[in-house]
Write a new protein. Sequence first.
Length: 365
Amino acid sequence: MGTLIHQHGGDLDAIQKQYHIPKNEIIDFSGNINPLGFPSSVKKCLSENLDILSVYPDKNYIALKKAISNYTGADINHIVVGNGSTELISTFIKNCHAKKTLILGPAYSEYEREASLCGSDYSYIALEEKENFCFHTEKLLTALTPEIGLFIFCNPNNPTGTIATISDIQKILEHCQKYHISVMIDETYMEFCQNLEQCCAISLVKQFDNLFVIRGTSKFFAAPGLRLGYGISSNTTFLETLKQNQDPWSVNSIAAFAGELLFSDKKFIEQTKELIFSERNRCISILKTWKNIIVYHSSSNFILLKLKTNMIDSHALFEKLIQKKLLIRDASSFTFLDDTFLRFCIRMPEQNTKLLEELKILIEQ
């Protein structure tokens, strides 16, 4: 039975169909979604306010933008919202009109797809395995030549979990500003970073109008079905163009109201960080004692592993683990990675322990 290596993580319907395992019985380590689930306090509040479905949302989303501003520290006038971060990724790439796009890889496949749809000639620059996928600013600056119109990267990187610092990003933005290169930073996983203030690019938006920072609610707030994303830019031309071209009410009433609640749920935010930081450190500490893998440091809610044994590859691991109803990500479909790489996300402690036990049997025997 063929492995679904080209699927996005978390496609439980496809897994259920191919492997005949009820999706509610699968422990999903592939989708990178907060294991605490959607906040119960927000669920309760939504259930008590379903009458908002009978009213159009505020076309300007003022209350939602205020909540995002309070949460991120961004200027409310620099915030845009969309039907998931995917809509904003697409919209920004279309509005750049870049003849050439440079993508930092390994990377989420949606970047190249959108660049291709817009007729942009895209290419990749790699985070090097030999450098543990760490950010190499000087090498990147050399690749950002004047003919590049758009540079895209995810910070922290998916799937490696490695991260660029504010200092790295500022150097890149200064260089790109000089050559009129637009920069899109996808911060989908930023809230899982333990040193967020040292790595988040939102504080640089006012200074650099060639920067667009994107985030969503799917991963940290466990709300992929909500389809709520937001972006931050100080480029008035882009903001005005988006306002003119974006479909009205692209964020529905429930999503807008939920966003107001999510971004102010301090208890849930702290609980999430405590769980992810603790479990990530515990899992990495255990994995570092194994002889047949390399484990990469992660600033996100997932961990990338490289197999050092010829006894099994990531495809076979996927197949064996799904029979145990454990779904990991075979990372060989990511650019620059092969069938020695796999990724799994942090879940609840007992689930993480179960996965590590099964992995150890398969890898370390």
